[in-house]
Design a protein around this ligand. Structure first.
Ligand SMILES: Cc1cc2nc3c(=O)[nH]c(=O)nc-3n(C[C@H](O)[C@H](O)[C@H](O)COP(=O)(O)OP(=O)(O)OC[C@H]3O[C@@H](n4cnc5c(N)ncnc54)[C@H](O)[C@@H]3O)c2cc1C
Length: 400
């Protein structure tokens, strides 16, 4: 079959845009289709990006990025603990600015980017793939050898041409957020709040960006459904009745400018992430930390790896599941451990409650720093657990 383009990428988030960048670098023809006019502009996100991502993907020029050098953590029964770093551990960014930076990295012209275009029906067979799209009320079909489905937590392909089952409500998180503006500048310190005061057994966050901040909370859908409190009640409590946050917001003169809610996949490693000429990347592949909900880094890495496998497939004209399986090997090797151990930590958290998490892991200044490094994405989850956990847990983990 003659195809319109080699690869159709669905979605202009970190996964899709990074896949497009890699295909461009290696001169492979593609079409990226996404529904928004400005990538990232409408994405509910805390916008924290770990420093190692900026280095790995050459993203040191994100407009209006705020260096993060301090983390505060609140666990039940313990005072809020602050950890300061000599160097920035990451940046807080507005997602539209991240979108601009990722778009700016796409060089050359082997690809086309169709924004304000909705993908609908997807079909694939041993001959190729067909994607139905709608732009300005007009529908069309585009054919390709492969699809990289980077369409987020509720992926298009799972609706029309699933390569696997949808994650269950015990594997998906739901988060609500307030985007806020302040009259006076806030200190750039990222806060993590654990405990039933702040979330339905998930966690809450506050990630400031000078005269803006993002406050959010969330948990696993199953837990939220049985919670007696509405999720926004936790958030209002954080804004109105929780020092130091309430005090700092009031001193800065805050205004809530946007209320938003979104899903986050918190399932650990979900397999398969490929099949029928389709590779799932980013949130679509559940490439998101089960313990913090952070997924920008993993999505970029997943998108890049999907593109690299697509390139090999196009060059060898081999689009079989066996050829695509290299994708899953590659991403699980790169960051599967973080998802696996993140899920382990999440389950412990859900089963034994966050107070036991605090007493298990925050026993000394050294272990507190280690957990802060993990939350900041400066350390792998497994290495943090090994460095901060008591001896009996360490030997159990080493055997796993
Ligand atoms: C409240 C919240 C806070 C978060 N905070 C952080 C954080 O601070 N740091 C962090 O690292 N991660 C955070 N995350 C996770 C992070 O936002 C995601 O992991 C990341 O955006 C996933 O990237 P992606 O490219 O896979 O998907 P997305 O960024 O969701 O992009 C999906 C793309 O697909 C497009 N699309 C979807 N369906 C269609 C369709 N039918 N047709 C055309 N286009 C379509 C969308 O328009 C979008 O462009 C947060 C998530 C939530 C919900």
């Amino acid at each position: 079959m003659t195809v319109d383009t080699n690869v159709v990428i669905i979605g202009a988030g970190p996964a899709g845009l990074t896949a497009a960048r890699r295909l461009s670098e290696l001169d492979i023809e593609y079409t990226l289709i996404s529904r928004e006019d400005r990538p990232g502009a409408y994405k509910a996100c805390g916008g924290y990006v770990p420093g190692r991502v900026l280095d790995e993907f050459g993203l040191n020029q994100i407009p209006d990025a705020h260096d993060v050098r301090s983390i505060r953590m609140k666990f039940p029964g313990l005072e809020m603990k602050r950890v300061d770093f000599d160097q920035p551990v990451g940046v807080n960014v507005n997602r539209e600015n991240l979108g601009k930076a990722l778009l700016g990295k796409i060089e050359g012209d082997p690809g086309e980017i169709w924004l304000e275009t909705e993908c609908g029906l997807i079909e694939s067979s041993s001959d190729g793939c067909i994607v139905r799209y709608t732009k300005e009320n007009e529908s069309g079909l585009i054919s390709s050898n492969l699809i990289i489905d980077a369409s987020g937590a509720n992926p298009v392909s799972l609706r029309f041409n699933p390569v696997r089952n949808r994650p269950t409500n015990s594997q998906i998180g739901y988060a609500v957020q307030y985007q806020m503006k302040t009259k006076r500048s806030l200190d750039i310190v990222n806060d993590f709040f654990y405990g039933s005061e702040f979330s339905p057994r998930g966690y809450a966050w506050n990630f400031p960006r000078g005269h803006e901040t993002v406050l959010g909370t969330g948990g696993i859908i199953d837990t939220i459904r049985t919670s007696e409190k509405r999720t926004t009640t936790y958030l209002d409590n954080l804004v109105e009745n929780t020092d130091p946050t309430t005090n700092e917001l009031q001193n800065a003169g805050y205004e809530i400018v946007q209320r938003e809610a979104a899903l986050m996949p918190l399932a650990g490693i979900v397999s398969p992430s490929y099949g029928k000429r389709i590779m799932l990347a980013g949130d679509a592949a559940c490439q998101c930390s089960p313990i913090t909900g952070e997924g920008i880094h993993y999505s970029m890495s997943g998108g890049q790896k999907a593109a690299e496998v697509a390139i090999e497939c196009v060059r060898k004209k081999d689009f079989t599941d066996k050829a695509l399986s290299r994708y899953e090997n590659s991403w699980t090797k790169a960051f599967g451990s973080d998802l696996k151990w993140g899920l382990w930590l999440q389950k412990r958290f859900l089963e034994s409650g966050s107070s036991s998490m605090g007493s298990t892991f925050l026993r000394s200044d050294k272990s507190t720093r280690v957990i802060a490094e993990m939350l900041a994405g400066a350390r792998t989850v497994r290495s943090a657990i090994l460095a901060a956990a008591p001896g009996y847990l360490v030997s159990k983990i080493r055997r796993a």
